[in-house]
Write a protein that binds this ligand. Sequence first.
Ligand code: ZN
Length: 108
Amino acid sequence: MPTVSPIKKNDDVYILRGKDRGKTGRVLVVIPDKQRIVVEGVQMIKRHTRANPQRNIKGGIVEKESPIQISNVALVCKNCGKHTRIKHQVLADGRHSRTCKKCGSAIE
Ligand SMILES: [Zn+2]
């Protein structure tokens, strides 16, 4: 049975651990197999790129997000605006629902 990621693309998450602790960002990519996500503006790493004039890429240093562990973030509830633990439920028809533990509303 596949594990269901509690975090989805375009969720807003609050960073609990690491150098970006306290930041809030939008989830850009979810990597369920590795339980990792990429969050906009979080865990930025510098990458050196080589110039490629054919693709109009200038050489130099670019900053890019790198993946972080899902366990290091908390979902931000769109209803109450707080970062929260979520209650995960499988409905009778097989769909998954996520409920905010702070305000009790469904998150989607
Ligand atoms: Zn809430």
